[in-house]
Design a binder for this molecule. Structure first.
Ligand SMILES: [Cu+2]
Length: 524
């Protein structure tokens, strides 16, 4: 197969994949894929000595306190600013932070209570904030040219849209200094996250630190005996590389995207969990709920516990991107693509006292095979633990795909001349690829040439099929991001609800996203 595949050819190939369940490496020499098995991208080596693994404790991001609350709304404020953090033992790292920490502070919402977050931008560049997984009106969803320009007194940016002359106007709703985002939170309990979404520069923004958790709780989840409190732990997993001066290294251009060798995706050689390199957590011999988030730009992980507990199935999945599953799913390994969340319960009482349990990455090599370590208490008695994982967790009443009024096909394809495209188009604000009607059930079919974690704004979806066969083992529950490997075809079903306006469908490999693998859809 030639290195370049025409769109027509690709559509035909996608149809074949749908028909026969065939999986082949479209558009890329097979050798390329073999060089980076399971990985979209190229390793960017650090230029400073790296710390060894398992030398620092796992940090837990602080929970943000509201500045005020009223009968229906919790109000928060967060300032984005540059801080020096100690990630490496000897050198400080300059971080673009939400509120001075990386990850940013965790925002905690209650279903049905409105959350308003006022962001102030004291960074040297414009920003945009997106609540990933939020069911959010268009004007608060973080449309990529709805910029918050740096506040007065902050170092000015010479051009709000470098490399994209005239792009921010007239389409964008541009604010200076501050902007309030309103989240109705008419959605179920789930692990969401917020991050930068600036047109053309999301990759460097998130890489420098612009990401945090946003958890939603509800009565249904509260009624379950799941581990809670200090045994309910969010884990933000990212890969990063460091320059000789301790700063985050990234192959930026002065325009959207990255230098040529990294166009498939930027991979780092240091794994950070909650901002710390290969940390450790002392655990009781009890159940823990671990909210796994892959906030990496491009890296995929296959996570496993090493050693596994006797009898296996140590990772008990209770939730996905959009909250609780119907019933638990038992895993030995979890494949997690950028932006995906897996909510799992691990019972450390299944281990002997004092066991050191590594969370490893079976898609990694060298330093990226290790993620973090759980040091199980040496106490011979198990800890008091009244938590459990019920066989029935929740109801996932996703729409019947047979009731879909419309089926749309989106082909995700690299055009070697221009960039990363959807249905042959590079992203341009205002170019609309779909106009779903609010309330209607639609089936959307995604077809890929390469690894693409595909993310839909506004509504969660259910995976209906993968290569014309059943959904995969990691496709359970409500999703907002689905991992497609090269030359796969996935069908998802959703019902678009509540909010008319312009929303986004895009690849969540942030290098692909910045190089225009994004599309507008308009609900109405
Ligand atoms: Cu992609």
């Amino acid at each position: 197969m030639s290195a370049r595949v025409s769109r027509r050819r690709l559509l035909g190939l996608g149809a074949a994949a749908l028909g026969a369940g065939a999986v082949a490496a479209a558009g890329r020499p097979l050798a390329d894929l073999l060089l980076q098995p399971g990985q979209p991208g190229r390793l960017l080596p650090s230029q400073t000595p790296l710390p060894g693994p398992y030398q620092v404790p796992l940090p837990i991001p602080p929970v943000l306190r509201p500045v005020r609350t009223d009968a229906v709304t919790d109000h928060y404020e967060l300032t984005q600013r540059v801080v020096q953090l100690h990630i490496l033992p000897d050198l400080p790292t300059s971080v673009w932070s939400y509120g001075g920490s990386f990850p940013g502070p965790t925002i905690v919402s209650r279903t049905g209570r409105r959350t308003v977050v006022r962001y102030r931008n004291e960074l040297p560049q414009p920003v945009v904030v997106h609540l990933h997984g939020g069911h959010t009106p268009a004007d608060s969803d973080g449309y990529p040219i709805d910029l918050i320009l740096p506040a007065a007194g902050s170092p000015p940016s010479d051009d709000p849209m470098p490399g994209m002359p005239g792009m921010a106007q007239p389409h964008g709703d541009v604010a200076r200094g501050e902007r309030a985002y309103m989240y109705p939170m008419n959605q179920r309990a789930a692990t969401l996250w917020y991050h930068d979404h600036r047109m053309g520069f999301t990759g460097p923004g998130v890489w420098r630190g612009l990401a945090g958790f946003h958890l939603v709780h509800d009565d249904e989840e509260d009624a379950l005996p799941l581990p809670r409190g200090e045994r309910d732990i969010p884990l933000m997993i990212v890969d990063r590389s460091f320059a000789a001066d301790g700063s985050f290294r990234y192959p930026s251009l002065h325009a959207p995207g990255v230098t040529e060798p990294y166009r498939d995706g930027v991979l780092g050689d240091v794994i950070l969990v909650n901002g710390a390199p290969w940390p450790t957590l002392n655990t009781k011999r009890a159940r823990y709920r671990l909210r796994l988030l892959n906030a990496s730009n491009a890296r995929r992980y296959r996570l496993a516990l090493d050693p596994p507990p006797a009898g296996g199935s140590g990772l008990v999945q209770i939730g996905s991107d959009g909250g609780l599953l119907t019933r638990p799913v038992y895993h030995d390994e979890l494949e997690i693509a950028p932006a995906e969340r897996f909510d799992v319960v691990v019972d450390f009482a299944r281990y002997r006292p004092g066991t050191r349990v590594r969370l490893v990455n079976r898609l990694g090599s060298g330093t990226t095979t290790e993620v973090m370590r759980f040091d199980v208490s040496p106490a011979t008695r198990t800890a008091p633990d009244d938590s459990g994982v019920p066989d029935r967790l929740s109801t996932v009443d996703r729409p019947d795909p047979h009731q879909a009024t419309t089926t749309r096909t989106f082909v995700f394809h690299r055009d070697r001349q221009t960039g990363w495209t959807i249905n042959g188009s590079l992203y341009r604000p205002g170019r609309v690829l779909a106009r779903p009607r609010l309330g209607a059930v639609e089936v959307w079919r995604f077809i890929t040439d390469f690894h693409h974690p595909i993310h839909l704004h506004l509504n969660h979806f259910g995976v209906v099929s993968r290569n014309s066969s059943s959904p995969g083992r990691y496709d359970s529950g409500w999703k907002d991001t689905v991992d497609l490997r090269p030359a796969e075809a996935v069908e998802v079903v959703t019902r678009f609800t509540d909010y008319p306006g312009t929303f986004l469908l895009h690849c969540h490999n942030l290098e692909h996203e910045d190089m225009a693998m994004m599309a507008d859809f308009v609900t109405g």
